[in-house]
Design a protein around this ligand. Sequence first.
Ligand code: B12
Ligand code: SF4
Ligand code: SF4
Length: 254
Amino acid sequence: MKQKLKAYAASLGITETGVAAYGGSTAFVCLFPYFSGKEEGNLSVYAYSRDYHIVVKEKLGRICDFLISECGAERAEAFADIGPAVDKNLAYHAGLGFYGKNTLMINPRLGSFFFIGYVLTDLVMECDKPLEGGCLSCGRCVRACPGGALDGGFHEERCASALTQKKGELTEDERAIIRRAGCVFGCDVCQLVCPHNAAPPPPMPEFLENRIFDLRRDMLDGLSNREFREKFGDRAFAWRGKAVLMRNLNILKK
Ligand code: B12
Ligand code: SF4
Ligand code: SF4
């Protein structure tokens, strides 16, 4: 049954899949590569295309249907980012990668530019085993991080990705970290420098569609919150709202 499910996922373009146990259920874990090239602009690569939560959920929805109609499962529920499990931990246990010093999950074939999604089901399948080994430990991510966030563990309060999503006033130190990272939403630095990402595979085709690389003030100016939601509601960068993006644009301008 596991091979049948993996073959179906592969037919949807999802080649990296694995199985782990999760809280009395079986987790079918899938990786979704998204690297479509680093372009000029102030958005990080994971925010270029339509919100990955939507794309991943659509694909996993088809796996849920297949589990129920073709595999005899009674229950199948899809999760992308927002779910009961710690995604990286689940992917690790499903044999899909190892932890990098940049804290991200690295897959031997995909590198780290992928999203993790999973389906929880009652269908019992043999679990995969965690991969042996780890990242190359070259330390490039630690040295390149614009906030020093990877020095001796992970310090979220110094991570530009976290700061671009933090609401309210930021300190001058926090603003300087965002300026060094150069993005109004997210940060790519610790992945771009990583040798495991030297030759990322093509992304899922959905991540090549309708991309925005650069968010400009004139794209947001004058929009009510409702208009902002209508225009950008299907974008990952929109989830913290317009005010946070405007603040970040101001920070990068200085
Ligand atoms: C909160 C969060 C953030 C926060 C904090 C990130 C962090 N490093 O802790 C912020 C906003 C900073 C962030 C940023 C980013 N994020 Co984020 N984030 C999450 C989220 C929603 C929860 C993670 C979390 O805090 N879990 C709770 C803690 C306790 O778990 P944890 O950090 O994974 O550690 C646990 C285990 O993994 C395990 N563990 C940790 N290390 C090791 C090592 C070994 C050897 C072992 C055995 C176990 C182990 O033990 C820990 C305790 O249980 C997940 C999605 C999810 N629901 O899981 C995405 C997620 C981790 N993010 C993701 C992405 C893409 C990013 C960004 C790249 C986006 C961007 N371009 O800006 C950056 C990368 C920053 C970075 N260097 O980590 C992806 C990562 C994909 C991947 N390849 O790993 C995820 C999985 C979302 C998804 N579903 O695809 N993120
Ligand atoms: S996402 Fe950017 S700021 Fe955060 S740890 Fe990686 S390099 Fe550092
Ligand atoms: S840059 Fe080097 S140390 Fe950092 S995650 Fe990649 S291989 Fe590991």
